[in-house]
Ligand binder design. Structure first.
Ligand code: UDP
Ligand code: MG
Length: 233
């Protein structure tokens, strides 16, 4: 299998059919073997039924059903462990990411192991854009990182690096950093971003500021304490 597209889904009923349609067009045009894995993270809006219908329509779609909502990192982790592709592509289910950007990510991965999308013209409320900029700045300064946009799910990963990760809730924001520790070469490319047309964002101030800050402290700790020895003889 060449590519696995992993998509976390939490209450995205009205986005799923549009997403599968445009994603399939793009993936078919690449002429490679691929699968699409939608992880339904405890949706309560009927996304499960929509996914079941779509599974009948699209032979390449596989659906993972969580018992309840476990969060974005868990959904990605479940997708990663099911994925059979040499390259795993992740994207949001809400059509804020654009499947048309996938070929661009895949072009870059030739020389790299992880390609991260950067939403250069973000279509979210200005308060979110400003708070993300500040958070990204602080995060990069303290952890001596240079990841421009930790909140962009649209990425491509060489799967052999993903299998080395042991993830914790909230770590979806730090995947590029964790993967660098595993030796991955990471690059960024600009991707487009669209306003959310259906459904609502799942991340409020609490999750994005307070929880993300605690997670950030955990990563600072991990950076300091991580085993990074070299053997001389
Ligand atoms: N999501 C998920 N579980 C959660 C929260 C979000 O699977 O607990 C999914 C959601 O359905 C979407 C993606 O993660 O596909 C990103 O969420 P959202 O669009 O709400 O984030 P935002 O774009 O507002 O940062
Ligand atoms: Mg979104």
């Amino acid at each position: 299998m060449d590519y696995s597209v992993v998509i976390p889904v939490y209450d995205e009923r009205d986005n799923l059919a549009i997403l599968l349609q445009s994603l399939t067009e793009v993936m078919d045009s690449l002429g490679k073997e691929y699968e699409v894995i939608c992880v339904n993270d405890g949706s309560r809006d009927g996304s499960d039924e929509v996914l079941r219908d779509l599974e009948r329509k699209y032979g390449r779609l596989k659906v993972v059903e969580f018992e309840r909502n476990y969060g974005l990192t868990a959904a990605l982790d479940a997708g990663f462990s099911m994925a059979k592709g040499d390259i795993v592509i992740t994207m949001d289910a809400d059509m804020q990411n654009d499947p048309e950007d996938i070929p661009k990510l895949l072009k870059e991965i030739g020389d790299y192991d992880v390609v991260c999308g950067v939403r250069s013209r973000r279509h979210d409320p200005w308060s979110r854009i400003v708070s993300s900029r500040i958070a990204n700045y602080v995060r990069n300064k303290v952890t001596r990182e240079n990841i421009t946009d930790v909140g962009c799910t649209l990425r491509a990963y060489r799967s052999k690096f993903l299998s080395r990760l042991k993830l914790f809730d909230g770590m979806h924001r730090f995947l590029p950093t964790l993967l660098k520790w595993e030796g991955a070469k990471v690059v960024e490319v600009e991707v487009s971003h669209h306003p959310r047309l259906y459904g609502r964002t799942k991340f409020g101030v609490w999750n994005r500021v307070f929880r993300a800050f605690i997670d950030f402290l955990a990563v600072v700790w991990m950076k300091r304490r991580r085993l990074n020895y070299r053997i001389k003889e």
